[in-house]
Design a protein around this ligand. Structure first.
Ligand SMILES: NC(=O)c1ccc[n+]([C@@H]2O[C@H](COP(=O)([O-])OP(=O)(O)OC[C@H]3O[C@@H](n4cnc5c(N)ncnc54)[C@H](O)[C@@H]3O)[C@@H](O)[C@H]2O)c1
Ligand SMILES: [Zn+2]
Length: 360
């Protein structure tokens, strides 16, 4: 089996991302190259666990590890403190000590909550990410943000805790529902727009192979996305500045998610609308040409993602956008694309400008 890899550099917390098709069975051997303890808990949900837990567990056992499976319910609403407590209960009952480690087998929800449990259990144990959704493979499994939701807001409780390895098996995407797959493509497009023009061109040229989930194409897309995200977070792990460019499209996306009670759109769908709006505003600011904007909108549409903002009063958008963590002194730290392939963050206090295209 061919395993390709990429290093993410964080000094003594550096780690490898392994990529390949059908490489879940390599997990045990890959773990042996790290100095990890003998006990491991694999956290997953019934949907993903049903297809992949057995393979993961068999590989770990074959390499000599003692494996405990921990199942949490499927869904964003379970990314909460009650679920974390149930994970702690399982870890304590299974006798996992400080030299044990955790494996997150699932999408961003499983990854975020497992990372959070790993960073807090016994004051911190190592963990491995095995992301199984496209969004998790290109975004949430890399960079070390972990977290859970609070009744008063999403991702309000969390830590920075880098994984000690990420294993990306693109074969797991075969069971991912189409809508989830398309939604993950929004974050992929984002990297092209804000970081890498030639990657943007690649996406535009290979859109039909990407939509068909062609393996070779997918490996390139996922590897490049991870490399681009890693290079951003390596420069600014805790988001004191530069890392915030990854929030491109997200100020509007979070408002749209809030306006629709987090139920009508998947995250990537809201990000797609937010990116389209950010591209239009970037052109209005003179940072991008009309041609750049057309190409960005076209790529988003051609991946079957939406570009139109949902109609709602400007005041409602403003109220939700102001709630964002990126707002200080009434101004929002907005991410603009500079042409295609670069971005800049700028504080904007002119809400009339930001909300010019919002219609009721
Ligand atoms: N930590 C970060 O940096 C970061 C970044 C972006 C998003 N996130 C978080 O990630 C979460 C969203 O992640 P997501 O989009 O993966 O959602 P998710 O984890 O809820 O997965 C989406 C759905 O797909 C299913 N699924 C996943 N992989 C599958 C597979 N291979 N086959 C069949 N079904 C599969 C899941 O069970 C779920 O029903 C949010 O909680 C968000 O806050 C975190
Ligand atoms: Zn996002």
């Amino acid at each position: 089996m061919k395993v390709d890899n990429l290093s993410v550099h964080f000094g003594h917390r550096s780690y490898e991302i392994h990529f390949g098709a059908g490489i879940l069975s390599e997990l045990g051997e890959l773990c042996r190259s790290l100095s990890l303890g003998e006990k491991v808990a694999v956290i997953t949900n019934p949907v993903i666990g049903g297809s992949y837990f057995h393979g993961v567990s068999a590989s770990l056992q074959a390499a000599g590890y003692s494996v405990t499976g921990v199942e949490i319910p499927d869904g964003e609403s379970y990314k909460c403190s009650e679920t974390v407590n149930s994970i702690y209960d399982s870890l304590i009952s299974a006798g996992l000590t400080r030299d044990s480690f955790l494996v997150a087998l699932g999408g961003g929800v499983v990854g975020d909550i497992t990372g959070f449990a790993a960073s807090t259990y016994l004051r911190g144990v190592p963990f491995i990410q095995i992301p199984t959704s496209l969004l998790a493979q290109v975004d949430s499994s890399v960079g070390g943000k972990t977290g859970i939701n609070h009744p008063l807001g999403k991702n309000l409780i969390g830590t920075f805790h880098q994984p000690c390895m990420v294993l990306i098996d693109i074969s797991t995407l075969e069971t991912l529902p189409e809508r989830e797959y398309i939604s993950g493509l929004a974050e992929v497009i984002k990297y092209g727009v804000i970081c890498d023009r030639s990657f943007f061109e690649y996406l535009a040229e290979n859109r039909s192979a990407i939509l068909k989930r062609d393996s070779e194409c997918l490996l390139h897309v996922i590897r490049t996305s991870c490399a681009l995200k890693a290079s951003v977070v390596e420069q600014d792990e805790k988001e004191s500045g530069y890392r915030a460019i990854l929030n491109y499209g997200h100020s509007f996306a979070h408002a749209i998610e809030g306006l629709t009670d987090y139920s009508r759109f998947l995250h990537g769908e809201a990000v797609a609308m937010g990116m389209a709006q950010s591209a239009i505003l970037s052109e209005m600011k003179g940072y991008a040409s009309p041609d750049d904007t057309q190409r960005i909108l076209e790529l988003i549409r051609s991946m079957n993602l939406p570009t139109e903002l949902i109609p709602s009063p400007a005041m409602s958008y403003r109220r939700l956008m102001q709630r964002d963590k990126k707002v200080r002194d009434g101004g929002i730290h907005f991410v603009f694309n500079k042409g295609i392939g670069a971005a800049a963050i700028e504080k904007v206090s002119d809400w009339d400008f930001l909300l010019k295209n919002v219609s009721q």
